[in-house]
Structures are given as structure tokens and as C-alpha cells.
Design a protein around this ligand. Structure first.
Ligand code: NDP
Ligand code: 8X3
Length: 254
């Protein structure tokens, strides 16, 4: 059994990763997010399908370094060895030209997508040292490969994730910890609703006239990445809906 820690498991890609990995019957799941109720419901759902799947869930805001430190120190003994970290928690806030940008939005994106990912990684690496299958998977994005109109700060945070994945790969070579970046294009989750602060119409419009990726599509790819033999590391995977070529070239049935 391998123990997987998934951040942001209360929705979208993180939730799908929990479900897909549980279905493989070879993973124990440590799930965290701010919405603990959602995690408890997910645990119930997974364990009704796979009763032997061990799951421990806890509330965590990845922006709070002190909270992470305290939580990691107090993890139950049987959850203190981690094989796989999926750095998935993240968000976008707003889609405006930089001159109209909201500083609170910028802070939330930088604090979550960059600083949160760093804090979690820093505190988790010591718990991975005894694993023979240690692997960190970072959720990057097409937004970490190119910049699209009005994407400014979100794109900057995902470019930072791209740089950090490359840096981790180099620095963690000596520890034998694998590092992978998964970089999706459009995935239909709560992502756009959060970006547009609850404006469901605007969020739905993002996926109008095309078939976007689902959380499950990405989770199945992550399961494949994790299933490679010990000597194989997939550094980086850019995954798009067939109807999306890059950040802006998108074909829709109108
Ligand atoms: P969702 O909004 O559906 O899920 C985001 C998850 O992140 C939620 O579980 C949320 O949990 C968690 N999260 C957000 N902020 C925090 C925080 N401060 N502390 C802890 N958890 C937090 O979006 P996706 O599933 O689509 O996004 C997952 C990742 O994939 C993100 O990093 C995103 O940037 C990336 N991505 C998404 C794409 C897309 O098109 N959807 C494409 C490319 C990359 P809670 O609110 O309960 O804390
Ligand atoms: C999410 C994909 O293109 O909406 O990272 O920024 S995009």
C-alpha cells in the first residue's frame, strides 16, 4: 500500500484523484482542504464503494504555514510516512487586465498556488524519505506554459509552479524522489465559478460549445504516471481537450 497526500481534495481534480486512486486498491489516502464537510462526504462515498480503503481527512488552509507545521507534527503515527504528494490545491481569482487587477485576488493566488505549494512540499519531504516510491506531482497548467489575455497573475503563479517543478526535480535527484508536473488545459470543475466569484453563467460560458476535460480525465493520467516503473519519471505532461490547442486557440460548436 502506498500513502498519498492530496491537497484540495474537496472538489474537482483533487476529488477525482481520490476516487480514481481508491479504485486501484493500492493506495491509502490523506485528504485535506478547507471544507472538511466535503472531505467527510467524499470519504463516506469512497468507503461505501471500497470498504477497505483507508482514508484520513483533515481541514487545512495551505496558505497557513504555522497551521501546516502544527498539523504535520500531530499526524497520527500510522499516517506519518508518505509516498506520494499531489500538490493540487489552487485557484484563480478574476480575469481582468493587469491595470484593473484586484490586489486581494493577486495575494490569494500567489499565497495559495505558489507559497502554499512550497509550504506543503517543505513539510512533507521529511515524511517521504523512507519511501521507495516517493513522488511529488504538481498541478501546473497551460497557464504555466504561456500567457493568455487577462490571465496575468494566475499565469505568473503557474509559471512559478513550472519553475518549482523543474527545481524540485534537480534538488530531489539525490533523494530519489520523483517529480512530475501535470499541466491541463480546460477542465470543467469549480475552477471557473471560483475565478468568477460565483457567477455561474460566466463560468458555464467558458465551456460553451466544446467538450472540456473532466477531473477524472486528469486523475486517470495521474494514476498512469504513478504506475510507471521505478526507473521511469515523467517530468511534464501538457494535457488539452481536443477542441483546445493552446491558451487561446479553441474551437466551439456555436
Ligand atoms: P476546484 O476549484 O474544483 O478545486 C480546487 C481545490 O483547491 C478545492 O478542493 C479547494 O478546496 C482547494 N483549495 C483552494 N484554496 C485552498 C487553500 N487555501 N487551502 C487548501 N485547499 C485549497 O478546481 P480544480 O480542481 O480545477 O483545480 C485543481 C488544481 O488544478 C488547481 O491548482 C488549478 O489551478 C489546477 N488547474 C485547473 C484547471 C482547470 O481548468 N480546472 C486547468 C489547469 C490546472 P477548499 O475550497 O475546500 O479549500
Ligand atoms: C486553468 C486553465 O486556461 O483556464 O489553469 O487558465 S486556464
Amino acid at each position: 500500500m502506498r500513502t498519498v497526500l492530496i491537497t484540495g481534495a474537496s472538489s474537482g481534480i483533487g476529488e477525482a484523484c481520490a476516487e480514481v486512486l481508491a479504485s486501484e486498491l493500492k493506495y491509502r489516502l490523506l485528504l485535506c482542504a478547507r471544507r472538511l464537510e466535503r472531505l467527510k462526504e467524499l470519504k463516506k462515498k469512497i468507503q461505501s464503494a471500497y470498504p477497505t480503503c483507508e482514508i484520513f481527512c483533515f481541514e487545512l488552509d495551505v496558505r497557513e504555514n504555522n497551521e501546516i507545521e502544527k498539523t504535520w507534527k500531530n499526524l497520527p503515527a500510522e499516517w506519518r510516512e508518505i509516498d506520494i504528494l499531489i500538490n493540487n490545491a489552487g485557484l484563480s481569482q478574476g480575469l481582468e487586465p493587469i491595470q484593473n487587477g484586484d490586489i486581494g485576488d493577486w495575494d490569494r493566488m500567489i499565497d495559495t498556488n505558489v507559497k502554499g505549494l512550497l509550504y506543503i512540499t517543505k513539510h512533507t519531504i521529511p515524511l517521504m524519505e523512507r519511501s521507495e516510491a516517493a513522488h511529488i506531482i504538481n498541478l501546473g497548467s497551460i497557464a504555466g506554459k504561456e500567457v493568455y489575455p487577462n490571465g496575468n497573475v494566475y499565469c505568473a503563479t503557474k509559471h512559478a509552479v513550472d519553475a518549482l517543478t523543474k527545481a524540485m526535480r534537480i534538488d530531489l535527484l539525490e533523494k530519489g524522489i520523483k517529480v512530475t508536473s501535470i499541466d491541463p488545459g480546460m477542465v470543467e470543475t469549480e475552477f471557473s465559478e471560483i475565478r468568477f466569484k460565483g457567477d455561474k453563467k460566466r463560468a458555464e460560458n467558458v465551456y460553451r460549445g466544446l467538450k472540456p476535460l473532466s477531473g477524472k480525465d486528469i486523475a486517470e493520467i495521474i494514476a498512469f504516471v504513478l504506475s510507471r516503473p521505478a526507473h521511469v519519471n515523467i517530468n511534464d505532461l501538457l494535457v488539452m481537450p481536443t477542441a483546445q490547442a493552446n491558451g487561446t486557440a479553441i474551437i466551439r460548436n456555436t
